[in-house]
Design a protein around this ligand. Sequence first.
Ligand code: PMP
Ligand code: GLU
Length: 387
Amino acid sequence: MISQRVRTIEPSATLTLNAKLQEMKAAGRDILNLSVGEPDYPTPEFIREAAKFAMDNGWTRYTAAAGHIEARQAICRHVERTRDVKVEPSQVVISSGAKQSLSQTLLSLVDPADEVLLPAPYWVSYPELIRLAEGVPITVETSARENHRLTPEMLGAQLTPRTAGIILNEPGNPTGTVSSAADIAAIVEFAQENDLWLISDEIYEGLLHDGPMHSPFSLDPDRVALISGLSKSFAMTGWRIGWTVCQPELAGAIGRLQSQNSSNACTVSQACVAPALDQYDHPDLKEMYSTFRDRRDLMVEGLSQISGVHFSNPGGAFYIFVDVSERLGAGGVADDADDLALRLLEEHQIAVVPGPAFGAPGCVRLSFARPESELRQAIEGIQAFLG
Ligand code: PMP
Ligand code: GLU
């Protein structure tokens, strides 16, 4: 009964685990939840006020399917300010979250059997979204020991006549990777030489701990589809606003698809795009970003004291991806990463996401989007378990 297309799609591992933990919490269990993939902060007040004003002032109807013109203009201003590229509203499609932006961008670019290069560890939804577009995800392994560096040689080793494009995600989920300007330039050059498109998911763009990121969109805006949104950088996961910025023909295709698929993203949420992006340096946001940097430092220090685990220092986002493979198997603390995550939950009430869903079997993802006191307790528990 269920179509071939959907029959094999895995549910999102992160969302499934999060739902399960919320149920456990509702049933009275006290969990240190290091699995969450969203800021623990409420949406800043200045954005909530903008939404209230919008509701009372007519932002209650359909907008253009690709997004309200004022919201798209604000995204153009933001892209020019942060990526140094001038774009027009006709190059912007606003969707109901970056996940929908990614899905529709892939559906618009991928033909059946096209191969898409996907650096691993990758965010859980990429392989499924590529498959949904009838493409084939081809993973390109990176390692914590090399700070998850991705080079043209690594990409070249997986290149075939069917390769159509590459997915990049910086700052990265689950590794927090932020590449150097030279490494991004080399990847863009590789894409140009082999005539590949690039999808650059920059949803964590505001959460940078050690310095600026380098967007491939700045180097070749005709080849790169830039994906971002309000979810992470503005603590607005529930508002469902994401966008694709790309060359006009592709934006037109994505807009056509969205006009049949779902129409415009929530109008009240769209009303917050300009207030949020135009005040991206608001003190409330700066405070949130600096707290995330402090938490990153706390986690790195705590985990550095455990022997036999490896991770690269995350330059952005709010995750640390820890390679625990040396501690697994015979003589180790658990059989595999799933077993380790289960035992951490049952014995220490600490929730983490096992690595297999990110294409990295011997690893676990820890989120530090939790208050410092909880992170300290969690580190103690993890040190006791792995110590
Ligand atoms: N890309 C990455 C790398 C993510 O971690 C997430 C988190 N859900 C998304 C895209 C999707 O974001 P949104 O909530 O805006 O759909
Ligand atoms: N992106 C977040 C995470 O990785 C939220 C969950 C999801 O959308 O998969 O945990």
